[in-house]
Write a protein that binds this ligand. Sequence first.
Ligand SMILES: Cc1cc2nc3c(=O)[nH]c(=O)nc-3n(C[C@H](O)[C@H](O)[C@H](O)COP(=O)(O)OP(=O)(O)OC[C@H]3O[C@@H](n4cnc5c(N)ncnc54)[C@H](O)[C@@H]3O)c2cc1C
Length: 499
Amino acid sequence: MSDTIYDVVIIGSGLGGLQCGAILSRHGYKVCVLEKNSKFGGTLQGFNSHGCRFGTGMHYIGSLDKGQVIDKIFRYLGIREKLHMQRMDPKGFDVFGIGGKEYSYPIGMEAFREQLHSYFPNETVAISKYLQEMEQTTGEVDLYNLRPLKNIMPGNSRSLNTGVFKLLRSLTPNQELQNVLGALNFEYAGEKDKTPFYTHALINKHFIDSAWKFVDGSEQLTNLLVGKIREAGGKIIQKEKVTEILHKDNLLTGVKTAGGQMYRAKHIISNIHPALTVGMLDKSLLRPSYRKRMLHLESTISAFSLHLSLKENSFRYRNHNYHFYERPDVWYTSYYSEENWPEFFYLFVPKVSTSDEYAACVSIHTYMKFEEVARWQDLPLKRRGEEYETWKAAKAEKLLDLVTQQFPELKGNVTGINISTPLTFRDYIGTPDGGIYGTMKDYHHQLESYVGTKTRIPNLYFTGQNVNLHGALGVSMSSLLTCGEFIGLNKLIREVNEA
Ligand SMILES: Cc1cc2nc3c(=O)[nH]c(=O)nc-3n(C[C@H](O)[C@H](O)[C@H](O)COP(=O)(O)OP(=O)(O)OC[C@H]3O[C@@H](n4cnc5c(N)ncnc54)[C@H](O)[C@@H]3O)c2cc1C
């Protein structure tokens, strides 16, 4: 064991681990980030396949216009200027095909209101009420508005205790409008009977305020943050899977990795799923009820993804995402079954700096429950056998059929396919069952599904998508909350505002 005692060891180098590493090392803390994979970044990782560079997760980011919340946080981190991003189509950054009709979300709340009016001229009152609800909910979240925090609980309890579907239904009996308002729910894996309005409001508003795509992939975000950690004297190490969290009496003293290395620390931040964290701790350290709750937190649904390489000049570049719902019902996760799969897909066209006109690579995602792949879960990565490969190929064909019905120009132009299943997500991100956005927030059991930054163990903290909210927005907010435990949250918020 080395003699070094780090101020903070961070388990996992997802966006949350990297942001905490950058913020704390900049404040003089001796930080060490440990990552189990050969690449840093978690869901920001990219990979090569059939001549394309694809991303595993994060595709686009909201609120990057000057002075908006992510812009401010990234400026504070010293990475905003270096990020190579493309502002998405202001007339429609997300386009939705719902039950045979097409709709789009423009950038800007007023443009959004006008667009909705053009689709639903007789729904002025419902549209206004909806926008008021969004403004009120997001307006009340101090952290989202980068205001000193009065209350550590995220947001007002009404928006956390109200289901998004229930709220949309209460605004209007017009189901078409309800569907259009709920159509962005792939971005939070929305469930009809679970997702709080809070989640919907923050995710929708931050994208409507402005939506930006990475140019040449989201790994640039990883590389910039890794650079910031190292510049400030922090350490970040890949291929170091933490397997045990060490303690003496009621305090943690460090971690042990699969290779037998020990890293001693005064504080530990976990950027991984709470169930995995709790599984590495001695049982005596936590109350049995808390431990049980963390071990049984429900996950968001997983995904099945196709990454397609295309013939040159066959598919026009689109500066928007496309969400297809076969039925006039956007709550696909709530009714999806193996027999009718797939009835939904999300198509993302990565932006590369070498071409504006055509796209050579396209990613497609649809939902998939972990149960569908559970029978292969104990087989080793890349060696799961013939049956799994045949099943995967059949599923890919089905999904591709649905996609080519909407985009016939893809037919005959696909030169390579890379497939991800819930097992891929589990293995590369390290979530227990491949949940794409971490734990599920349930408005019926708001407190039970809530993961705070602090635990009963005085020197253990959580960060990342399982705290509060997922995505670039949720994780950045969690990073401030977690680092606020060290630096003082209101001081940190002041620094962000002054950057
Ligand atoms: C398909 C998909 C599409 C998405 N699209 C978007 C989008 O367009 N916009 C958006 O804002 N968000 C999007 N998201 C969500 C977003 O990517 C995540 O919420 C966010 O990146 C999660 O960050 P995190 O800090 O929680 O860490 P994670 O990304 O979960 O990373 C955790 C890290 O911990 C490592 N780890 C796990 N166990 C151990 C261990 N024992 N020891 C050491 N390391 C360990 C993992 O390998 C991983 O690198 C998407 C996610 C997915 C899956």
